[in-house]
Design a binder for this molecule. Sequence first.
Ligand code: TZP
Ligand code: MG
Length: 210
Amino acid sequence: MSPPKPISTLHYITDRPEQTERACRAGIDWVQLRVKNHTYADWKALAVDTLAICRAFGVRLIINDNVTLAGEIGADGVHVGLTDMPVADARRLLGASMIVGGTANTLDDIRRHHEAGADYVGLGPYRFTTTKEKLSPILGLTGYDHILTACRHEDIALPIIAIGGLDVADVPNLMQIGLHGIAVSSAISRDPAGQVPAFQQALRTNLMIG
Ligand code: TZP
Ligand code: MG
């Protein structure tokens, strides 16, 4: 097991260095580069550019899908989906100090990631979104609540991050049921300067209440 690492409550998901920079200027502290349908070379070039921006702002960078690339460029970690390399293999390749996150749609997915030494889990989708193709079944607030309650019963203390079509108005409900934080793409991409502080404010307020 790797020691617990600080996991941000607000993850921004993007495939664009210029959007990363706008979000960094707006105060984001965690970016996940999620790139689809690129050659390894193009993907790596994007990742290197994005990492330079993140480093300039002291922001963590997580690479989606590609464990080799995350290790090669010296990112802060990797996020693996349900059809990517398993968390256990990512952990073996990247070692204890890098962040390894995994996607979950069910309690079983979370149990598996927990056993395998994940640092956090992205649980979703919360609601329908066009950002991701081949969406897993939508969980909604009730689905999240059932899964989080089961995790508590099983002493699974992994930080769980909600994802899928999220807006600032969703934050109170999500934090109240015990989520650690949220991952957002579209809402922040539309207006980083307005949305990053709005999400952060909502998260702070509801963490204090929750
Ligand atoms: N996994 C489940 S939903 C999703 C991913 C990567 C997309 C989240 O993006 P948005 O635009 O905030 O719905
Ligand atoms: Mg993936």
